[in-house]
Design a protein around this ligand. Structure first.
Ligand code: 6R9
Length: 634
């Protein structure tokens, strides 16, 4: 049997899945041959999960942008590659063909080169959702520079940390950001961040809002001026399969976000393959993913996955509720969107605004709906299915992570059985297992355990930037011989996976990951008032999880509301608005074990409002503190 790039039925899925696990190297070798390589590989795979050391398509040479752009020029040169819908529906939208995008990427790549950026250099990208962001990402890849996109909602402090961690040589940004009714500074944040960064030599600024921004002589340049005198073609840098393509920072259970590293060959193969199959994209379709390119979903399923398939990908600058809660659906009708991919939190937020907004639009073009980022509750699933999909569009609930690079467990649009709140079956090549406490595989269906992977896949992370030990400790040491996801999952009686949620100290707020320690560090940096804090997640109707902070102050708070505002302000400064605590409770102590470990289980229960069964509290250093916390719960 042959590996097929595009699966067209559930029977075919079953056959392909079998092939992919029985002969993984043959399988991925055949899938990879659907791409354009400058030099083929000597060996498909070499791996061990102890170090870990994983290599795919060894010694092959390629450039992912030749696969995203050049390869399509002959057949699809005049096909739309990108549709850009602005924040304000009255502003003109932008359409770019493959030929135009190719030229823009080449020109921008030449600007980067002119400023001394080359293969292996790190470039931070801090931008609003405008076409120039996609172009900047691809321009880096064109010349082999490593992009590190930082979501433009992060604070100057968080941006500086990320720039410093990978010593970026350049920052690409814009003057300002339009987001809903808000006008948000962008270049100003970069200026602030760069006060504590020494590695950055050049800042390129794209014009978006035409605000008056400070330009530092010899460091800052306007992109539109730099683009005036560069060549329209830029040769694609030959990259080794295992050369770094990008770094993307994500939170874990420890304080500092880590730079997840993805490499060129494997990432390309899997991003393209998973896109084609999950969304069942057809040649004339318009595909829209509402994520921001600052997250992995935007990397793999706005930029790379769609372009690798010669698809038309829509990019949206705004928010779901501006100018009103019908905006998503208005955009779907306006551009004839066929595949629509969003987050459960957005669905819940729109559901809360009532059906009228969605019922005002026809939504006839929709064929496949997707969700990502967090578990989708049944109510939201049904609403999406009935009101958006008119009960005719399959929903793909796609489970994956920054670290996995691509979708791991999901239905294949229209071909797989669906069950609300269940991601379903693994994609070909993906071998999930459920582990028990001891790290033993739990066989059979109707079982629950820790979700892990027992075999490598092409787009898995290779390391965490500058700290391989951390990669090993975070993902490969909990259970010997497995990649550990940090999620708990259940396999139902038919073998479909349901993701339950994180089993580590990670909170998922509106599909964005934060480590509890990261937020605690931010709160504690207010060290003239705060002596200690503990953060947990609690169920939140719209966001999935909200952030609940227990804070011990140095002095008993005289004006708690003012103090709360100060603490929130610090978190906004240290991380960004997206990590604002929803609730702050002042306490005189925290439930700790005799060894000094905070019993988060107890704090979580109290935050959930479930104080009936707190378990055994007798081993606590100070059991009385629990009663106090219970009494003051918000
Ligand atoms: C792509 C992305 C990863 C974490 C992951 C899990 C949660 C993602 C999910 C889901 C239930 C889904 N998650 N998709 N949980 N169902 N369909 O979101 O990456 O930001 O790294 O987050 O998100 O807990 O471990 P990332």
């Amino acid at each position: 049997m042959e590996a097929k790039f595009r699966i067209n039925s559930f029977e075919e899925y079953e056959e392909q899945y079998k092939l992919s696990t029985e002969r993984p190297e043959d399988f991925w070798g055949q899938i990879a041959s659907n791409y354009q390589w400058q030099k083929p590989w000597d060996k498909t795979l070499e791996w061990e999960f102890d170090s870990p050391d994983v290599k795919w398509f060894l010694n092959a040479k390629l450039n992912i942008t030749e696969n995203c752009l050049d390869r399509h020029l002959e057949k699809r040169g005049n096909k739309l590659a990108l549709i850009w819908e602005p924040n304000d529906p009255k502003e003109r939208f932008v359409r770019m063909t493959y030929r135009e995008l190719h030229e823009e990427v080449c020109r921008t790549a030449n600007v980067l080169k002119k400023h001394g950026v080359g293969k292996g250099d790190r470039v931070a990208i801090y931008m609003p959702m405008i076409p120039e962001l996609t172009i900047a990402v691809l321009a880096c890849a064109r010349i082999g520079a490593v992009h590190s996109v930082v979501f433009a909602g992060f604070s100057a402090h968080a941006l500086a940390d990320r720039i410093n961690d990978s010593s970026c040589k350049m920052v690409i940004t814009a003057d300002g950001i339009y987001r809903g009714a808000k006008e948000i500074p962008c270049k100003g944040v970069v200026d602030e961040a760069l006060k504590s960064c020494t590695s950055v030599e050049t800042v390129l600024v794209t014009e978006r809002t035409r605000w008056n921004v400070q330009m530092k002589e010899g460091r800052d340049y306007w992109m539109h001026q730099e683009l005036l005198d560069v060549d329209r073609f830029c040769p694609a840098e030959p990259m080794d399969s295992e050369d770094m393509l990008f770094i993307l920072y994500t939170s874990g259970s420890t304080g500092k976000p880590k730079g997840v590293v993805h490499t060129c060959g494997g990432y390309m193969v899997y991003a393209g393959y998973s896109f084609a199959n999950v969304f069942q994209y057809d040649e004339s379709d318009v595909y829209w993913c509402t994520a921001d390119i600052g997250w992995i979903t935007g990397h793999s399923y706005i930029v790379y996955g769609p372009l690798l398939n010669g698809a038309t990908t829509l990019m949206f600058e705004g928010v779901p509720t501006y100018p009103d809660a019908g905006r998503f659906w208005q955009v779907c009708d306006k551009h004839g969107v066929n595949q629509f991919y969003t987050a459960p939190t957005a669905i819940r937020a729109l559901m809360a605004k009532g059906e009228d907004h969605v019922l005002s639009y026809g939504l006839y073009s929709l064929k496949v709906l997707g969700t990502v980022g967090e578990p989708i509750n049944e109510e939201a699933w049904e609403w999406y299915h009935i009101h958006v999909g008119k009960e005719k569009c399959p929903i793909v609930d796609t489970w994956w992570q920054t670290e996995t690079g691509g979708i791991m467990i999901s239905g294949l649009g229209g071909h797989s059985p669906m069950r609300p709140s269940h991601a379903g079956y693994p994609l070909p090549g993906i071998q999930p297992v459920l582990l028990d406490q001891e790290g033993k595989e739990i066989d059979g269906n109707d079982q629950e355990g820790y979700l892990a992977m027992r075999f490598p896949w092409p787009s898995m992370l290779r390391t965490t930037y500058g700290d391989h030990e951390r990669c090993k400790n975070t993902y490969f040491s909990h259970y010997n011989g497995y990649y550990f996801t940090g999620d708990g999952a259940r396999r139902d009686d038919k073998g479909m996976y349901r993701i339950i949620g994180r089993v580590d100290d990670v909170i998922n707020v509106s599909g964005h990951r934060f480590g509890t320690a990261e937020i605690e560090n931010a709160i504690n940096s207010n060290d003239h008032i705060v002596s200690e804090s503990a953060v947990v997640g609690y169920p939140h109707d719209i966001k999935g999880q909200g952030i609940y902070a227990y804070v011990i102050t140095k002095e008993p708070p005289t004006n708690p509301d003012k103090l709360r505002a100060e603490i929130v302000e610090t978190v906004v400064e240290e991380i960004g608005k997206i990590a604002k605590p929803d609730k702050i409770q002042f306490v005189s102590g925290l439930p700790k074990t005799r060894s000094g470990k905070i019993m988060r289980r107890i704090l979580r229960k109290i935050a959930e409002g479930d104080t009936s069964n707190l378990g055994d509290t007798s081993t606590l250093l100070d059991p009385d503190v629990v009663d106090e916390i219970k009494a003051g719960a918000l």
